[in-house]
Design a protein around this ligand. Structure first.
Ligand SMILES: Cc1ncc(COP(=O)(O)O)c(C=O)c1O
Length: 401
């Protein structure tokens, strides 16, 4: 086996002179707050996903929180979500004073099990939060009838570029969220997120919440440089930009990020293609050529669903002669970076020790992912040599097992 000289990262942002030039254009313009670049990105992303409104924010987690707030659910209402996944799919439910109802995932898609959603429904159920984990779309065939009955938040933070039939993932939730954190499919210079919706009222509410609570103003508003005392606050002529309709936050991103991600967006089709190619290479090697089903549970993709892979996930079969820790340590020692399956079964994390939530049914699959899943990168920066090195390293670990 080859001696390894370079780390094989779990994710890597790929950018070039175009992104650097875009950032410099903003720096040279003298205005660094959100402006034309942000508006352009919002318009591009709304069109790409196929929704009416897109709002640029500072993270996917912020988009999830603003989305859930904008649903205006009853205090204490039940919101069904998956026990396995990233914490900020679940934490906005608690931040909004609602009751998370945690259900199990399907083991081989890593996504919420629609059958478990049906079982968890009560008269208090008002919304569903569902994430497409690691780039693999949820079973949309089964989810769609459920989504027609409830409000929903779609967490597409891991899954930009994926589709169900001809429709983009990210267009199914009442509000959907994307992430442009440094490790994601495209990045807004290290961070960023987006909230998407077809609902105008929700979009204007989210805008207000994002911008300190201020009254909604049309795109382009930030390009003006004067105050107009043409609105009314409690009978006092006032500037609209200092008229506050909600108790808000500041969740805007800076314009440098928007300029950077507008260039990244041009690269998205090529990035998605390479991610899927890398994933297919691992699938072919591990499951077609080597028949490693005896060691690992192969990932499952539903028919008519097109992933945009974020990671490759190994799940150890029960009873194999090695542990996840031994496998992970071996890969790490050879320079192949790994991750567990996000928070695993979230109810086992300290964060939920004193929180109010309800569990519906068994969380056996979430537990299995927490104990036995391990993820490696499929990012577009991986070379053919890197891919072969990964498969050689896994093969050498499994030799004789
Ligand atoms: C499924 C999922 N949801 C939400 C997030 C949070 O996104 P951000 O880091 O932009 O807040 C992540 C982050 O990786 C994620 O994987």
């Amino acid at each position: 086996m080859k001696t390894f000289t370079k780390d094989i990262w779990i994710s890597k942002a790929l950018y070039d002179q175009e992104e650097k030039d875009a950032v410099m254009r903003v720096l040279d313009s003298g205005w660094l707050g959100i402006g034309k670049e942000s508006t352009r990105f919002e318009q591009s992303m709304a069109q790409y996903i196929g929704v009416n409104h897109a709002m640029f924010v500072n993270s996917g987690s912020s988009a999830l929180l603003l989305g859930l707030k904008s649903l205006n659910l009853s205090p204490g209402a039940e919101v069904i979500t998956c026990a396995a996944g990233f914490p900020s799919t679940m934490s906005p439910i608690l931040h909004c004073g609602l009751m998370p109802v945690l259900v199990d995932c399907e083991l081989d898609t890593y996504n919420i099990d629609p059958i478990e959603i049906e079982k968890a429904v009560t008269p208090k159920t008002e919304a569903i939060v569902f994430a497409h984990a690691t780039g693999n779309p949820c079973n949309m065939e089964a989810l769609k009838p459920i989504l027609s009955r409830y409000l929903s938040i779609e967490d597409a933070c891991d899954t930009l570029g994926a589709r169900y039939k001809d429709r983009m993932i990210g267009s199914f939730g009442t509000v959907s969220a994307l992430s442009f954190f440094a490790s994601h499919h495209i990045t807004a210079a290290g961070g960023g997120g987006m909230a998407l919706t077809n609902d105008e009222r929700m979009m204007t509410d989210m805008f207000s919440l994002r911008d300190w609570g201020k009254r909604y103003v049309q795109p382009g508003y930030y390009q003006r440089n004067f105050s107009a005392y043409d609105t009314d606050v409690d009978g006092i002529p006032y500037d609209v930009s200092y008229s506050y309709d909600t108790v808000g936050y500041n969740m805007k991103l800076i314009e440098i990020g928007a300029a950077f991600v507008n260039e990244q967006f041009k690269r998205l089709p090529a990035f998605v293609e390479k991610r899927n190619k890398n994933h297919a290479y691992f699938m072919k090697h591990f499951f077609e050529e080597k028949k490693y089903e005896r060691f690992f549970i192969p990932p499952r993709v539903y028919p008519n669903h097109t992933p945009s892979w974020f990671f490759f996930v190994f799940i150890l079969q029960d009873g194999v002669s090695f542990t996840r820790k031994q496998f992970g340590t071996y890969l790490e020692k050879h320079g192949i970076h790994t991750r567990p399956f996000f928070a695993g079964n979230i109810i086992r994390q300290l964060a939920l020790r004193n929180a109010s939530f309800r569990v519906s049914g068994s969380l056996a699959n979430a537990d299995k992912l927490m104990r036995d899943a391990i993820m490696i990168g499929v990012h577009p920066g991986l070379t053919d040599e890197n891919l072969t090195f990964v498969t050689d390293t896994v093969d050498s670990f499994l030799e004789g097992k």
